[in-house]
Design a protein around this ligand. Structure first.
Ligand SMILES: [Fe+2]
Length: 176
């Protein structure tokens, strides 16, 4: 058998049985894989800032970012396994994540602490919005289980956004 003929058979081996239709499988897996790439990208960025943050609020920011990174990383496995449960296949490498991620990397040599908090605040707010959009995809296909998980991830993204917003106000002048 040549490679072309073997490919569909190999893919079929990964088609987890599900009562969701073919379109649901494709749409939900696609949306979840993009989210998964975003979670990985935001995890690495949050860790990057955790490692490189400096200044008088070092301890607070360093610990806050570690807590948020842990939460992002913990979610990645749940998203990936959800993709497999609905019969899809998921990301396989850092390169694959790079192709799918919508969160922008920040490779700057130095970022001020307040710029770090502001950037992560916006990234998490955008992530919440993308999660809401994916919730809509799940609703369209009656996938209540994925929708239910997404509701928790939206709340967590909003909590991270809230903490980053409040922490970033430490740099505001009094009376502002
Ligand atoms: Fe650390």
């Amino acid at each position: 058998m040549n490679d072309k003929a073997a490919a569909p058979r190999r893919t079929a081996k990964l088609a987890t049985p599900t009562s969701l239709g073919k379109d649901a499988r494709r749409d939900i897996s696609g949306a979840l894989n993009a989210l998964l790439a975003d979670f990985f990208a935001l995890y690495v960025k949050t860790k990057n800032f955790h490692w490189h943050v400096s200044g008088p609020h070092f301890r607070d920011y360093h610990l806050l970012l570690d807590e948020q990174a842990d939460q992002l990383f913990a979610t990645t496995d749940v998203i990936a396994e959800r993709v497999r449960k609905v019969g899809g296949t998921t990301v396989r490498s850092i390169g694959h994540i790079g192709q799918l991620q919508r969160v922008l990397d920040n490779n700057a040599e130095y970022v001020t602490p307040l710029d770090m908090l502001a950037e992560l605040r916006d990234d998490n707010a955008q992530l919440a919005q993308r999660l809401r959009e994916t919730h809509g995809v799940c609703d369209d296909h009656g996938d209540v289980a994925t929708a239910s998980l997404i509701e928790i991830w939206i709340d967590e993204a909003e909590r991270r956004t809230w903490f980053l917003f409040e922490a970033s106000r430490a740099g505001e002048a009094p009376g502002r």
